[in-house]
Write a protein that binds this ligand. Structure first.
Ligand code: PLP
Length: 420
């Protein structure tokens, strides 16, 4: 009899986006005249940069000719892309990362979900709350957690990100082995300074722990003092793996290209206390289970690093930044306490009420869709996430509607945050 991995039964069905879609559909049916504006999902809306499209076309033409056709490529990615990444994203920032420490993949979602396969089942994991749900669910599937009780999985050490700690979790009070960090953060939009990140690296070195650093939104950092990579921090090479993606940087959400950095010194231990190279283990895993990203996609990604590609990506990031600024200033002017929106495409807004209640209020009164914070973890209750990924026109219209829908005078609004 074929039996299942029962850990899957512990998973909480992810109703978040299905629930949002259901409520939006109900609203559209009730008010067919209302043009609902969607600022919920974190997906880009601008087309690929022209430099990427040109490179993409050229590579496809190469595939059409026997003389230049390419079959299977290296599982780790082509050297042309790995070298461009190492040079532009790391060495230029003083982070000593070599091309052969970079593993090209089809997404930071898969990589951040798959990496846990390298580790023992009985390690202690620390995961922020609220959080990008992939880190939690993949550890549940692997059997590293207990059941779901009162809104949380047993055995996970949750790192609370709250208003009180500025959405920057404190170091864990108990020893942990594997730590997930994501900055700029999804969903809160919060960022981390070099000094704060140094504390996590020092902790990991002291405890022989490992940090999984998700920097999928690094291109939104505008403050020159903030780190784009954990490898800008002293001592990180031994204790950190970093995830990056072209999804938000260059609009590759549908094209699919990302990479994971596993430095040669990064280490974990076997049962006998012998150190083992994570680079070697990930190389083995990646080349066994993955057959590489398609050649044209890697050429398109390489074009991100050309002078035109860089300029075109910057233009797109600035486009979303302008949206984020408008959302942030509108919500703050209405008296809501907010974080994010400056070095991040997301604005995390305290509604002063239940997340879903706030969601319904914005949908019913303004016809604007956001994401309820409670969907990202129990610390997200009371907040919503507004995404800047949409056109200027739509964001401007959405903000005008929210301004019109919420009472103007302090004290009158049922949603206004009192100390905002
Ligand atoms: N990491 C974070 C924090 C994200 O928010 C996302 C996507 O929304 C990803 C990773 C996934 O990126 P990719 O499109 O490369 O799979």
């Amino acid at each position: 009899m074929i039996t299942i991995n029962e850990n899957y039964l512990k998973l909480q069905a992810s109703y978040l986006f299905a629930d949002i879609a259901r409520r939006v559909a109900a609203c559209e049916e009730k008010h067919p005249e209302k043009d609902v504006i969607k600022l919920g999902i974190g997906d880009v809306t601008r087309a690929l940069p022209a430099a990427c499209i040109t490179a993409f076309h050229k590579a496809i033409d190469e595939m059409a000719d026997d003389a230049t056709f390419r079959g299977y490529g290296p599982e780790q990615g082509y050297d042309f892309l790995r070298k461009a990444i190492a040079e532009h994203d790391f060495q230029s920032r003083g982070a000593a990362i070599d091309a052969d420490e970079i593993f090209i993949s089809d997404g930071a979602k898969c990589d951040s979900g798959n990496i846990q396969e390298l580790f023992a089942r009985d390690i202690t994991i620390a995961i922020p709350d609220p959080v990008y749900p992939v880190y939690v669910d993949t550890n549940v599937m692997a059997g590293r957690t207990g059941g779901f009780v009162d809104g949380r999985y047993r055995k996970i050490v949750y790192l609370d990100s709250t208003k009180e700690n500025g959405f920057l979790p404190a170091l864990p009070q108990q020893p942990v082995d594997l730590i997930y960090l994501c900055f700029p953060n999804n969903p809160t939009g919060s960022v981390i300074t070099k000094e704060e990140l140094q504390k996590w690296v020092d902790y990991a070195r002291r405890e022989k722990a490992l940090i999984l650093y998700d920097a999928a939104y690094e291109s939104f950092i505008s403050d020159p003092d903030l780190p784009h990579s954990i490898y800008e921090i002293d001592g990180a090479r031994e204790v950190a793996i970093e995830f990056r993606s072209f999804s938000k940087t260059a609009g590759f959400t549908g094209t699919r290209c990302a990479f994971t950095v596993v430095p040669k010194e990064s280490t974990a231990w076997d049962r006998n206390g012998n150190s083992q190279s994570l680079h070697a283990l990930w190389n083995r895993r990646h080349s066994t289970k993955f057959n590489g990203v398609s050649y044209p996609v890697q050429r398109a990604a390489e074009a991100v690093y050309s002078a035109e590609g860089q300029q075109q990506c910057r233009e797109r990031i600035n486009f979303y930044r302008k949206n984020a600024e408008l959302i942030l200033s509108t919500m703050e002017n209405l008296g809501f306490a907010c974080v994010g929106g400056i070095n991040s495409p997301y604005i995390w807004v305290e509604g002063g009420m239940d997340s879903w209640e706030f969601f319904d209020l914005l949908l019913d009164r303004a016809g604007v869709v956001c994401t309820p914070g409670a969907g990202f973890g129990s610390c997200g209750e009371g907040f919503i996430r507004i995404s800047s990924f949409n056109s200027h026109d739509k964001v401007t219209a959405a903000m005008a509607r929210i301004r019109a829908a919420l009472p103007a005078e302090p004290g009158e609004s049922p949603v206004r945050h009192t100390d905002g």
